[in-house]
Each structure stands twice: as C-alpha cells, then as structure tokens.
Design a binder for this molecule. Structure first.
Ligand code: COA
Length: 162
C-alpha cells in the first residue's frame, strides 16, 4: 500500500533469541511493515537451515501483524530495494557491535544511497545474548529458557540430542 513504511531486518538468526524479538517488536513500533529476512549464503555455516530458521522465527512471534518472514541470497541492499524497503534495521547491543555495524551501514549506503540504516537498541536485559552463546550453552546441556522461546529451545534440544 502506498505510503506505508517498510523496513528490512536482516540477520543470520541461527537461531532467533529474545534479543532479536525485542528488536523486531521495536522496529514494528516505528515501521508499518517489518520484513525479517534470514541471510542464506553465509560463511557462518548455520546450525539450522533457512527453512528451519524461518519457521523458528514465525513460531517465536506473538504478533504477526505487519511482520513478514523470509530468506534472501546476495546483497542485503539489493534485497531491500527489491521488496521496496526504505530502511535496514540493525540492533546494537553494546559498543562492541558499533564498529562493524557502522562499517556495514556506510558500505550499504555507498551501494544504495536511498536506503537508510536504522539502529535500535534492545532492552538491556537482552544486551549480552548472542546466538552462538545460546547454542554453546544448549550443546553442553545448560538451561537456555531465559534466552530463547520454547520452540527454539525444543529444536536446539533435538539438534544436540542427535
Ligand atoms: N539479540 C540477540 N543477538 C543479537 C542481536 C540481538 N538483538 N543482534 C545481534 N545479535 C547477535 C546474533 O545472535 C549474532 O550472534 P552470533 O555471531 O553468535 O551468531 C551476532 O549478533 C550477529 O548477528 P546478525 O545480526 O545475525 O548479523 P550477522 O553478522 O550474522 O549478519 C548480515 C549480518 C546478514 C546483515 C550481513 O552479513 C549481510 O548483510 N549479509 C548479506 C551480504 C551483504 O550484503 N554483504 C555486504 C554487507 S556491507
């Protein structure tokens, strides 16, 4: 619909955590449509497939109104342009995130000057979570209840039991 503000929230989401959900909800408070997009072609060698990561994101959201979940290949700015997004949302958890995010934002702007990067900060209680830490704790049998939704907890348990 014309005039509706659309933002892209790209990431690896391997898997989604409460920190990501916090950013999605905040982004939804600013933009009419938030497209959460799993970046497929990464050197990160994700534990979950694209399809699994998308399903986990969908199952983890209480509110789906104005939120779309998908995956993409290639450059984030190209994908943003192709879906008509005018902004890329990124979460900044701590100062340590800033340098990399700043570099990405400026590079993306150089490639696609009409797309703005918007930085949002999660609630401080989520500011130290990362997907790798969560996977590491789960792999070693630790309790991840306070970091991820139930659906993610179950799927991590399945992955690591096999
Ligand atoms: N809550 C919890 N964790 C968070 C978080 C939040 N709010 N924000 C970031 N993180 C964590 C993630 O869990 C992840 O942790 P991990 O490294 O332990 O897995 C880490 O921070 C980085 O997360 P993410 O936001 O997924 O970024 P990324 O660096 O994995 O991916 C892309 C960044 C996908 C946006 C970027 O690589 C990209 O644009 N790729 C496409 C190709 C491209 O356009 N390249 C040119 C870029 S200039």
């Amino acid at each position: 619909m014309a005039g509706r503000l659309k933002a892209l929230y790209p990431g690896t989401f391997d898997p989604i955590t409460f920190g990501h959900i916090d950013i999605i909800n905040r982004a939804r408070g600013v933009f009419d449509i938030v497209v959460v997009a799993v970046a497929s072609n990464l050197e990160k060698k994700p534990l979950f497939t694209d399809k699994e990561r998308i399903a986990l994101i969908k199952n983890s959201l209480d509110e789906h109104d104005g939120i779309e979940v998908t995956s993409f290949d290639g450059l984030t700015v190209h994908f943003a342009k192709s879906i008509g997004a005018t902004a890329i949302v990124r979460g900044i958890r701590a100062v340590s995130d800033f340098e990399f995010e700043f570099q990405m934002a400026l590079t993306n702007r150089k490639m696609q000057p009409d797309i703005e990067t918007v930085f949002l900060t999660p609630d401080e209680k989520h500011s130290y979570i990362s997907s790798s830490l969560v996977k590491d704790i789960a792999r070693r049998g630790g309790d991840i209840t306070c970091f991820v939704p139930e659906a993610v907890k179950k799927e991590l348990a399945k992955k690591f039991s096999s």
